[in-house]
Design a protein around this ligand. Structure first.
Ligand SMILES: [Fe+2]
Length: 373
């Protein structure tokens, strides 16, 4: 039971009726009175609003129906229950009252016990509704607080799992690229190319985080082949090529969209547009777009970087080598995109040379990327 005494507003143009009702209800709640519709609306609109309004139907000026309609139309008063007080007895009149929003009727002449019962019943309902509403708003507050915490936790989990991905990818790259800078650059090139080719924000983001996994299968290639200083013989080359499938197997069966994309990229980044690539000899658009994009990004970075077996080629020479592969090794559209955004690609290259410790944070998206998504 609410400790506060309920507040009842009595509205009637006949003072005797107000006196009778006042005497009947004084023990139930705190009373205020209005002798016309305008005054009733004014009192009902004040804070705190009444818990119940007993409203005469037949009044000069605004009648009870109009007052009730206006109470309903105002958000500040629409929740106050209204009980009509009337001598009218026809079912039609009562229906009209319910239609404008009344919750009950009290008839004149008053039957004291009945009036008190009905008023008490409406006050109890109102109190129960208020409790429910308070609980709901407390619950809503709790839910939104928990939701915010959950969102925060998910963001942390996402950042952590992305860091795990890039650290594992680094493990695969570690032997021939101990800074991880290649993975960092080629994944960013891939994201820029993806955006240039019309991928949506999420797809670009997934590509940025999946591209580092392209060579994760190298973890299964024996060092004598992976680190061999000279040219690979035919058998060694066959084994080396297996890194694409092994990467796919390592990443297979994940529920994570990023890892699924990583699997696709691992399997397809050595396919060639003309069908002469490996492991499946896919051609053209049979090769997933992400694989075609990573192929361009990966080769461009390999050409322009120092490797144990070669000095970096100039940008001009690298571009010219890649142009020769247009429509043979590379999807013409992806290669054209590279040439269109070459300035931004070179900016990334410039900003991401030997990265040292910060590269993992950077690939995991903990640092905000210099280039837009
Ligand atoms: Fe590869």
């Amino acid at each position: 039971m609410n400790a506060r005494r309920p507040h009842i507003l009595l509205v009637d143009d006949t003072p005797e009726n107000l006196d009778i009702l006042g005497a009947l209800l004084a023990g139930i709640g705190q009373l205020s009175v209005a002798t016309d519709g305008e005054k009733a609306l004014d009192l009902a609109g004040r804070e705190p609003p009444p818990d119940l309004i007993l409203l005469d139907v037949m009044m000069p000026g605004l009648d009870g129906y109009e007052v009730c309609r206006r109470l309903q139309a105002n958000a500040a008063t629409s929740r106050i229950p209204v009980v009509f007080v009337t001598t009218l007895g026809s079912a039609n009149d009562e229906m009209r009252g319910f239609e404008v929003g009344a919750v009950d009727y009290i008839h004149k002449p008053f039957h004291p016990a009945l009036v008190r019962r009905r008023v008490e019943a409406q006050l109890q309902l109102k109190a129960a509704r208020d409790v429910l509403r308070d609980q709901n708003s407390v619950l809503e507050g709790l839910v939104s607080e928990r939701t915010a915490k959950l969102r925060e936790a998910l963001a942390t989990i996402r950042a952590n799992s992305l860091e795990t991905i890039v650290r594992l990818s680094r493990a695969a790259e570690f032997k021939d690229d101990d800074t991880g800078a290649h993975v960092l650059r080629m994944s960013r090139y891939s994201a820029v190319l993806g955006a240039e080719l019309g991928l949506e924000g999420d797809e670009v983001d997934n590509l940025l985080h999946a591209a580092p996994m392209h060579d994760i299968g190298k973890i299964g290639i024996p060092d004598r082949i992976l680190l061999k200083p000279g040219k690979l013989d035919a058998d060694e080359w066959l084994i080396m090529r297996r890194h694409a499938e092994m990467g796919g197997e390592i990443l297979a069966g994940s529920d994570s969209p990023v890892i699924r994309l990583g699997e696709q990229i691992a399997r397809s980044h050595h396919e060639k547009w003309d069908g002469s690539g490996y492991p499946s000899g896919l051609r053209g658009e049979e090769i997933p777009l992400a694989g075609r994009i990573v192929a361009v990004a990966d080769v461009f970075d390999a050409l322009t970087s120092r490797r144990p077996y070669k000095e970096p080629f100039t940008v001009e020479r690298s571009v010219s080598i890649m142009r020769e592969g247009r429509g043979a090794h590379f999807d013409p559209r992806v290669l054209d995109a590279l040439l269109d955004v070459l300035d931004r690609i070179l900016e990334i290259k410039e900003n991401h040379q030997e990265e040292g410790e910060s590269w993992v944070r950077s690939v995991a998206g903990v640092d905000s990327p210099a280039e837009g998504s």
